[in-house]
Design a binder for this molecule. Structure first.
Ligand SMILES: [Mg+2]
Length: 387
């Protein structure tokens, strides 16, 4: 048995250039500052596993990790299901997003112990992942995605890189016309060369706006329609009603937390495709449970955003379609969510996609990526040790 001996949680701070104070806005020479964190679990037989979340590295997830970590000391590092169940019960009053990083670090330990990648431990299904380009939001300020034409141009650039699908994150101004103008410009530019999707990210102001944009999705042959309006995709009944008005498949549940709640949302008819965020929905253990549940009822899942753990999960999930290359922008093909903490060539950018429109699954033990600890340690602003 590998017993959990010590857990280190490090917060770190970094900046990226030219991205402005708002993450989705391209402003030359104005840096954006980020605070993220990484968790490392060590065992009594000398194995160490880490996970540094990207999108999920929020302050409230960090608070949960710090609250959950003491209960893991002395536990069997390979009893991931038992730890998942205990954390789910002990934190049942909360959204439980802290489980993910701890669970993923435990999977990293297992991979290192057995000299196998997490994808291999999960049972490999594929070793290359077809991607879709997922844009940052647009902006009224010049630069970046500042017009429907810029979106169309960027879609064509992504198509030239062999990327088979493109998802719009619009200006998020709650304007159905803007949404439809961008969709139309992109469709007119790339035609049937790419599968197209749109994600208003709950910005549309009314249900009828959601119907209007949904009908445009139908007319333009969009592949899926995601989180349309201001209920924040929380009502299964509302989306079941929306499905009655439109033909385009809905991708919902990005904002629903909980294994059981997400299953309920599906069974209540709230979505055509299930959206799972591995960094928010219980890590690798929670993600695989949900994916298999959906497979049993003939439903595909999409994993939200990008990262090494997402790649390992997707490699072992038959019922999923695309890997979300999120969030990218034409100015530098950036991924605004990926912290620059890798010492190897891991990346979620346009130039990381191969000529078949795919990214690889890391093959090394555990997560199979190498963190740049020198950089992380230099950027560390605070740390907590549990032992
Ligand atoms: Mg979304």
């Amino acid at each position: 048995m590998s017993k959990i001996k010590r857990i280190l949680v490090q917060s770190y701070h970094y900046q990226i250039d030219d991205f402005g104070p708002n993450m989705g806005t391209y402003i030359p020479d104005v840096p954006a500052a980020f605070d993220k964190w990484v968790v490392t679990i060590e065992t009594d037989d000398g194995i160490s596993g880490s996970y540094a979340p990207h999108f999920g590295a929020t302050g409230h997830a960090l608070a949960q990790v710090n609250a959950m970590a003491p209960g893991l000391i002395g536990q069997d590092a390979e009893a991931r299901e038992q730890i998942f169940e205990r954390l789910k019960m002990n934190f049942r009053h909360f959204d439980k997003v802290g489980i993910a990083a701890l669970d993923t670090a435990l999977w990293d330990i297992a991979g290192k112990k057995y000299g196998a990648s997490i994808a291999t431990l999960l049972g490999g299904y594929r070793d290359k992942l077809p991607v879709y380009a997922s844009t940052t939001s647009g902006q009224r300020r010049p630069g970046g995605l500042d017009s429907p034409g810029k979106y169309a141009e960027f879609a064509a650039t992504c198509a030239d890189h062999g990327i088979p699908a493109f998802k719009i994150h619009s200006f998020f101004d709650g304007n159905a016309k803007t949404e439809i103008d961008i969709m139309t410009a992109v469709k007119n530019r790339v035609g049937d060369d790419m599968k197209l999707m749109t994600d208003p990210a709950s910005s549309l102001k009314s249900f009828m706006d959601a119907v209007e944009v949904g009908r445009a999705c139908d007319d333009l042959g969009f592949y899926w329609y995601e989180d349309p309006y201001r209920d924040a995709s929380s009502s299964a009944v509302a989306h079941k009603r929306l499905r009655d008005f439109i033909k385009t498949p809905l991708l919902i549940a990005e904002h629903i937390r909980g294994f059981e709640q997400k299953a309920d949302f599906v069974l209540a008819g709230g979505t055509d495709i299930m959206h799972i965020d591995p960094e928010l929905d219980g890590g690798i253990t929670g993600t695989m449970r949900l994916a298999h549940f959906c497979d049993a009822i003939g439903m595909e899942v999409q994993l939200h955003t990008a990262g090494p753990m997402h790649r390992h999960c997707m490699a072992a999930i038959p019922n999923t379609i695309f890997y979300e290359l999120a969030l990218i922008n034409p100015d530098r093909y950036w991924n605004a969510m990926q912290p620059p903490i890798y010492a190897d060539d891991y990346g979620d950018r346009v130039d990381c996609v191969d000529s078949d429109g795919c990214v690889p699954v890391p093959t090394g033990p555990g997560l199979g990526v190498e963190y740049d600890w020198e950089k992380i340690n230099a950027w560390t602003t605070s740390q907590t040790v549990f032992e």
